[in-house]
Design a protein around this ligand. Structure first.
Ligand code: AMP
Length: 191
């Protein structure tokens, strides 16, 4: 199985590039942000709890996230070719839990692709996205918080995967096709 983690700051293009990867490699796309937004939109009590974190740009607690992801992994269709994890892991604790979870199922992460985009460009992209996304977290105050959280909590995940020799930084500036070509080369090299 091919298990790809796509990592990068908010606005780095993880979701967009995931769609290209899914198309080419027929992987199952697990976007934790999408899963959380669906739960919030359902209006459930759990959704309200999630919203109390996401609307402020804070991370949902690790324990909740790990449970959500384990359920998703356990409901993958038989014969699945693998997954693309978009937005998970976002902390070192989540990375450790993920690797344990995969190992218990005879799996491992194949590669972590880290999309690299400068801060000004990220803010620009997210503010533009906010004009049409309808996302409560695409406003300047929350974007600033999300970028801080990314630096503090998610950046260390790179070092964790560097140690496992799975880490590949990819330039996230260029046309969508150029960026995908870079990712594709990295995925081919890890197989
Ligand atoms: P995203 O769509 O990936 O930008 O995620 C939107 C928001 O959902 C984030 O700002 C977090 O509040 C929350 N979120 C998504 N994935 C995770 C995760 N793995 N751990 C904690 N919070 C998450």
């Amino acid at each position: 199985m091919l298990n790809v983690i796509i990592c990068g700051a908010p606005g780095s293009g993880k979701g967009t590039q995931s769609d290209f990867i899914v198309k080419k490699y027929q992987l199952t796309h697990l976007s934790t942000g999408d899963i959380l937004r669906k739960e919030t939109a359902s209006g459930s009590k759990f959704g309200k709890l999630i919203d109390s974190y996401t609307s402020k740009g804070e991370l949902v607690p690790d324990e909740l996230m790990v449970n959500i992801l384990a359920k998703q992994i356990d409901s993958l269709p038989a014969g699945s070719k693998g997954v693309i994890l978009d937005g998970f892991p976002r902390t070192v604790a989540q990375a450790e839990a993920l690797e344990k979870m995969l190992a218990e199922r005879g799996q491992k992460t194949s590669i972590l692709v880290d999309l690299q985009v400068g801060k000004e460009e990220l803010i620009d992209r997210l503010l533009k996205r906010g004009q049409t996304s309808g996302r409560s977290d695409d406003n300047l105050e929350t974007i600033t918080k999300r970028l801080e959280v990314y630096e503090e909590k998610t950046k260390p995940v790179s070092a964790y995967y560097q140690k496992l020799d799975k880490y590949t930084p990819v330039n996230g500036i260029g046309t969508l096709e150029e960026i995908f070509d870079r990712i594709d080369i990295a995925i081919k090299a890890c197989r």
